[in-house]
Design a protein around this ligand. Sequence first.
Ligand code: BDR
Ligand code: CA
Length: 312
Amino acid sequence: MNRKKIIIDCDPGQDDAVAIMVAGKNPTLEILGITVVAGNQTLDKTQKNALSIVDYLGLDIPVYAGCTRPMVRDRITAADIHGESGLAGHTFGPCKKQLEKQHAVQFIIDTLLHAEDPITLVPIGPLTNIAMAMRLEPKIIDKIERIVLMGGSYGLGNVTPAAEFNIFADGDAAHVCFTSGVPITMVGLDVTRQALCNSKIIERMSKIQNKATALFLDLMNHYCKVQKEIFNLDGGALHDPVVAAYLIDPSILVTKPMNVEIDIRGTQSYGRTNCDYFSYLKKEPTADVAVEIDVEKFWDIVEQEFHRYDRT
Ligand code: BDR
Ligand code: CA
């Protein structure tokens, strides 16, 4: 079987962890590497978290540390949501896995330049590593099959009224990606906010008793509580796993081509993904934006992927 080759670029983060679990053992995906960026927490924490997740789940995937700071703006974190460690809810034991020596940006460049098969980039954190790779070696741009990212919104933001966290955390990097000409699938808050991990989902997943669900339940214990407190959501919105599930079964999302421009000049609306939903501006589409999600199918995929893990 020809597996889809992907690189996951992440900033774990509870929902990043679940995205790795969902994609990690799926037989149709080949994860060439996990690259890590500063985002939900500082890079020292997100890289440690990525290593621990991969080690704990027994996945044979190399992990590369990337950029510590956004391209231009000041660094932010999302400690209010993800906690001081970035993965509040679970404390890992000692981790045997080590970071690869190569920088994440160089890994992305080398892998793309030498690739014979198409590679899809899957950013589920701020886009700093991807944009830096494009700026350092523009030849990679034609070699990226597609970027399938979690980020943005054509409706409401989450970190400001206008902007979603991953884009807001490095709007300039997002601008580089959205103006690169690479085909982009933008999976934004418009659909990911519907992937709510509520008490029924917790009950359903807790019936699968293995390593993945033990971690899932710990993480969701913290994550769902915080999402209720901050956003009054009836459960934790599992943003990043929607991208993982979409790669496994694209029929979970309906997308619509739109011209998307990142606001990098604004003050109140810095980081907004301005999506021309009605094509009123008659500009070329720059992304396929997710507009509908089949939530039941999403949870079926998550459940199916959780079953692939060992009991202990
Ligand atoms: C995104 O921001 C992060 O906090 C999450 O991990 C997700 O990637 C949601 O806005
Ligand atoms: Ca993330």
